[in-house]
Design a protein around this ligand. Structure first.
Ligand code: P6P
Length: 340
């Protein structure tokens, strides 16, 4: 972790974005304008989460999203907040959300340079019990030559121009990469600004901690069970919050590995490639970690559909390599034991 070289300076997320923009002479400001919209949405959503029980907006809406996940009231509120804040920003051609089956076309003019994809409220099932949740976003260049709107979005993770997440936890944290390292900002509610607290954050190369839902152990391919058995024998700790953003944030700061293997319910993995795995993978790699789906680097997966799912192994280099070594030793992905 690189401590800020100018500890006495107060850098806000907005001023950081402006200084990044000044590094690109040809910049039109559209990119900065989009990140500013994400900042505004984050502050609004953070406020709504803090007041959720008071305003009685907890619990399910009574419908499911395209992935079949039960929608929480705050899923819908967060989604609408992001669409409203991004919707009037010049430079955004298309929005895509976990909560919307189809992409949202904002401006059909070909010269709109960007697309924004997001999971508005990751881990929202945890809201009722006051456990951390998050917003994840990915920014792609708009490909106006594609045959269809969805096709224009189906770009591999390496094409992302920026990725980030907001973690609504004991504090509200905004983590951002634009391809030049990872920066961490914390919301100061007294002034309503995200302040830079860590520049060029580096993920520890190792960490004896894994994050996986061991309730599904009997459904995991044998290689993952073998890894767990090895970890148990080497004194690893287990930490699992059930919100990807929170689990990955802990790993970003303290090391370890997050794993969501293929299971009987999710044979291709549970997490969504375009707006969960890809942005988190960009952040993890920019911080010096590794991010794989089985034996494939996540960022190199060519997407086939907007809401497709993937398995995930991401975190410290050494820890991801340990899991991959078991995958290499196991030439099939068959479950360790026949599912019940
Ligand atoms: P499980 C939340 O629903 C989520 O999409 C991720 O944030 C989280 O890592 C995962 O699913 C938890 O899934 O099956 O362990 O409840």
């Amino acid at each position: 972790m690189t401590q800020d070289p100018t500890p006495n300076h107060l850098t806000t997320l907005e001023s950081h974005i402006r200084s990044e923009e000044s590094r690109h002479p040809g910049a039109t400001g559209a990119f900065s304008w989009i990140l500013a919209a994400m900042t505004l949405a984050a502050k609004i959503i953070a406020g709504k989460i803090r007041r959720a029980r008071i305003d009685d907006v907890l619990g399910p809406v009574g419908s499911s999203n395209v992935s079949g996940d039960e929608q929480q009231k705050l899923d819908v509120i967060a989604n609408e907040t992001l669409i409203r804040t991004l919707g009037d920003r010049a430079g955004v051609a298309i929005l895509a959300s976990e909560e919307n089956e189809q992409p949202i076309i904002l401006q059909t003019k070909e010269d709109q340079p960007y697309c924004v994809l997001f999971d508005p409220l990751d881990g929202s099932a945890n809201l009722d019990v006051c456990v951390s949740v998050g917003t994840i976003f990915s920014i792609l260049r708009h490909d106006s030559t594609a045959d269809s709107v969805e096709e224009s979005l189906l770009q591999p993770g390496t094409a992302q121009v920026a990725a980030g997440y907001i973690l609504y936890g004991s504090s509200c944290v905004f983590v951002l990469t634009t391809g030049h390292g990872v920066n961490l900002f914390v919301l100061d509610p007294s002034v309503g600004a995200f302040l830079l607290v860590e520049r060029n954050l580096r993920l520890p190369e190792s960490g004896k901690s894994y994050s996986i839902n061991e309730a599904y152990r009997l459904q995991f391919p044998a290689a993952y069970v073998n890894y767990l058995d090895e970890a148990h024998g080497q004194g690893y700790s287990s930490r699992y919050i059930g919100t990807m953003v929170a689990d990955i944030h802990r790993i970003l700061l303290t090391g370890g590995v997050f794993i969501y293997p293929p299971t009987k319910e999710y044979p291709h993995g549970k997490l969504r490639l375009m707006y969960e795995a890809n942005p988190m993978a960009m952040i993890v790699e920019q911080a010096g970690g590794k991010a794989f789906a089985g034996r494939r680097r996540i960022l190199q997966i060519q997407p086939e559909s907007l809401h497709q799912r993937t398995a995930v192994i991401m975190g410290s280099r050494d820890e991801v390599d340990r899991v991959l070594a078991h995958l290499d030793a196991q030439d099939t992905d068959s479950p360790a034991a026949a599912p019940p």
